[in-house]
Design a protein around this ligand. Structure first.
Ligand code: CP
Ligand code: NVA
Length: 317
């Protein structure tokens, strides 16, 4: 992002009952705080903020699902900030053998300065944040993926500026964790969001209702309608982690929900394509679109690093 310098702001920071500030749901925060994080991201990416501000700090990363971008960007980000990140995978941790979230939170809080967790149930992240006395960051659940959508917003702002009131986003495909975090972001930042999802695969009714009440958000009937005049066209896999056994049924249901050149032709002439990755070329997006001139998916992936550094710096310093 090129505008507004990073400012220090306490506005909109969510505090769990454990007393630490957390980053687990975009709707916990107000627009001032989300903008503060985006400005901090810009300062880190440009090098305006450098050095080793997290020297001596340690982050625990609990991964109960696979990851490439989230794990690597967070570990590299901690190293670049002068701190240390340690990986805790289900296969070799006691949590993976059933140790409670509460005991894990209480023990890790004695060792580390913050915890990032990727898991299935959102409630598990909420419980971890409640019981831990250190900040907790949501690295993806079945319900939400807030760090990714912050990187997507930052990538959109690099292209179109940070006047989010002028942004128009089309979500095409599953009403999943990514769609939910886009809805939460729209409700806070006020951009236009159109979603085209197959029948039966729409977003959570509560998240949708809250976003519709707060902003310019609508479900539409087709990918072409969603993409009409959009500045950002985005999608995600048809079957998310944990839904592998639904792949065949989903391939049928989502067949008309592919982002192809015809869909992109409906968008604004300057429109960009975003995808959180990993992508399935030929399913939710064609190779021509994701590997074409409008795609910004690798800038988006790079921005995961700058965004997580901003979140870590804000929560841990
Ligand atoms: N986009 C994203 O979260 O990627 P990973 O699953 O590789 O972390
Ligand atoms: N919706 C996808 C996102 C992966 C980054 C999943 O949950 O698997």
């Amino acid at each position: 992002m090129t505008t507004s310098a990073a400012t220090s702001s306490d506005a909109g920071r969510a505090v769990a009952s454990g007393g630490a500030r957390d980053f687990i749901d975009l709707s916990d925060h107000d627009s001032a705080y989300l903008r503060h994080l985006l400005a901090l991201t810009a300062s880190l990416k440009s090098g305006e903020i450098s050095g080793r501000p997290l020297e001596g700090r340690t982050l625990a990363m609990i991964f109960r699902k696979s990851s490439t971008r989230t794990r690597v960007s967070t570990e590299v980000g901690m190293a670049q900030l002068g701190g240390h990140a340690l990986m805790i995978a289900d296969r070799d941790s006691q949590m993976g053998r059933g140790e409670s979230v509460r005991d894990t939170a209480l023990v890790l809080s004695r060792y580390v300065d913050a915890i990032l967790i990727r898991t299935f149930a959102q409630d598990e992240v909420v419980e971890l944040a409640r019981e831990a006395s250190v900040p907790v960051i949501n690295g993806l659940t079945d319900r939400l993926h807030p760090c990714q959508v912050m990187a997507d917003l930052y990538t959109a702002a690099e292209e179109f500026g940070d006047d989010f009131g002028r942004l128009r986003v089309a979500w095409i495909g599953d009403g999943n964790n990514m769609a939910h975090s886009w809805l939460n972001a729209a409700s806070r930042l006020g951009f236009s969001l159109r979603l085209a999802c197959p029948p039966g695969y729409g977003p959570d009714a509560g998240i949708l209702a809250r976003a519709r009440a707060a902003g310019d958000v609508a479900m539409v009937d087709s990918p072409a309608e969603a993409a009409q005049d959009a500045l950002v066209v985005t999608t995600d896999v048809w079957a998310s982690m944990g839904q592998e056994d639904e792949q065949a049924a989903r391939e049928q249901a989502f067949a008309g929900y592919r982002v192809d050149e015809a869909v992109m032709a409906r968008a604004h002439p300057s429109a960009i394509f975003l995808h959180c990755l990993p992508a399935h070329r030929g399913e939710e997006v064609t190779a021509k679109v994701i590997d074409g001139p409008r795609s910004r998916v690798f800038d988006e992936a790079e921005n995961r690093l700058h965004v997580i550094k901003a979140i870590l710096l804000d929560l841990m310093s």
